[in-house]
Design a protein around this ligand. Structure first.
Ligand SMILES: *Cc1c(COP(=O)(O)O)cnc(C)c1O
Length: 433
């Protein structure tokens, strides 16, 4: 995120955070559009090979809105979607639907029908039941649908290291060790006149720092693809290796550079193609967090503070309703008082939200500049899984998401008004009121 300091204030892409807060209100998600663009460009430029078409597809669940998908399109990225809502967002954003991948473990008939109608490039089959349903729906729609099969490669990469497991119990995909299901699936796909088998999809986790994990995944998936191809005489021409590229939230996080991970991945793929004589035409990767997180921050207005025992609380006008990650899995963040940037970070505080939950904490313990009622607090790296996991808990309205570039701001998503918050509610029937 291109942030600078001027007269003690934080500036985001040339705009004073205080000014942004005054003009657009708080809480507000602020995205540095240029950072999104640069990261997308980096993926597009570095996931390239002479041996296959490399295609990064933005994992829209990280932050799904029309503006994000329009940027993805501009930079030559595809998109991955997991629900009717995300599919519709891609459609209305004007995405090339041929570059959209639709995955998920429990897609409904209605969702699959829409995906067929929109001529979605790839639908990822997650189970035998889904294969049969999609086959019937595609036949009815008279569409020849390209499909991938989601596999569980038995690699679990969490943050720092991968663990190779024989875990058969993931809710996603079909285990590569489950030969009975694979045989059944091959039969369904071979006999289907409507489904066009292209290859496999895998995803080994999120916030992965060790590029070696992706290399390991590549090896396992490629070997599996080769064995499947040989066993069932079904050529594998497309692989989707999923997302999970790690980002820096605090100094404890040391992600590899996008370019370096992509280069390593391409090299691993090229080696596998040569060694195994694979027929890959296209390989997709699905970065979500790596594109959205570093480009976004959240601005809050500081409210009351309180000393409770040894703990100094600083309260803000949002919290778990706009960022549930700390409450959900102890996610860590850095923050600054955006209106007091020149002061030393001399106070140890707990930054908590306004929701009625003791767990509604944004940062459990951090050093922060002294702050006062009305100051602006910036929490960094909130661009992914913040807005997309937001809720109306305690009936707090959804904040808006602002794109800033060259000192100018525009809404990507307008804030929810009080009217909109209540618009779907009905009064009790008149005769029982
Ligand atoms: C969540 C998810 C992604 C994106 O993960 P990031 O960690 O945000 O990059 C990509 N593909 C699949 C299948 C996912 O479930």
């Amino acid at each position: 995120m291109a942030i600078t300091k001027e007269n003690g204030h934080l500036y985001i892409a040339g705009m004073d955070a205080k000014k942004i807060a005054q003009t657009y209100g708080t809480p507000v998600y602020v995205y540095d559009r240029q950072i999104i663009e640069e990261t997308m460009q980096e993926f597009a430029d570095s996931f390239v090979s002479k041996k296959f078409q490399g295609k990064p597809a933005y994992a829209s669940k990280a932050f799904s809105c029309k503006a994000m998908l329009q940027l993805a399109k501009q930079f030559g990225l595809g998109a991955d979607v997991v629900s009717l809502g995300e599919l519709e967002t891609a459609k209305r954003a004007g995405m090339d639907m041929g570059e959209v991948v639709f995955h998920g473990n429990n897609k409904s008939a209605c969702e699959l029908q829409k995906a067929l109608e929109y001529q979605t490039g790839l639908i990822v089959i997650d189970s035998l039941q889904e294969a049969m349903l999609l086959d019937a729906l595609a036949q009815a729609a008279q569409r020849k649908q390209d499909v991938l099969v989601r596999i569980n490669p038995g690699i679990d990469a969490h943050t720092h290291k991968y663990i190779q497991t024989a875990n058969l119990d993931s809710k996603f995909g079909i285990s590569i060790a489950d030969e009975t299901s694979l045989q059944e699936l091959a039969k369904i796909l071979k006999n289907s006149g409507a489904l066009n088998f292209k290859g496999f999809h895998a995803h080994i986790g999120s916030q992965i720092f060790e590029p070696e994990s992706f290399v390991k995944e590549t090896g396992v998936v490629c070997e599996f693809a080769k064995a499947f191809e040989d066993t069932y005489q079904m050529p594998v021409t497309v692989l989707d290796l999923g997302g999970g590229f790690g980002v820096r939230y605090t100094d404890a996080d040391k992600p590899a550079k996008v370019k370096d991970v992509c280069t390593l991945l391409v090299k691993a793929l090229e080696e596998q193609i040569d060694q195994l004589d694979l027929h890959l035409e296209k390989v997709i990767i699905e970065p979500g967090r790596a594109i959205a997180a570093p480009a976004g921050l959240t601005l809050y207005t500081v409210g009351f503070s309180k000393m409770a025992g040894e703990k100094q609380y600083v309260f803000v006008d949002g919290g778990m309703s706009d960022n549930i990650r700390p409450a959900l899995y102890q996610a860590a963040y850095d923050a600054d008082i955006a209106t007091n940037m020149d002061a030393p970070k001399s106070e140890e505080v707990c930054i908590a939200g306004k929701c009625c939950e003791s767990g509604d904490v944004l940062i459990e313990k951090t050093m922060l500049q002294p702050s006062h009622l009305g100051d602006i607090l910036a929490v960094y790296t909130t661009g992914a899984y913040g807005y997309s996991m937001a809720s109306n808990y305690n009936k707090l309205a959804f904040p808006g998401a602002l794109f800033v570039k060259d000192g100018k701001a525009s809404w990507a998503i307008r804030p929810q008004s009080l009217e909109q918050l209540l618009e779907r509610e009905e009064d009790l029937d008149a005769d029982t009121l």
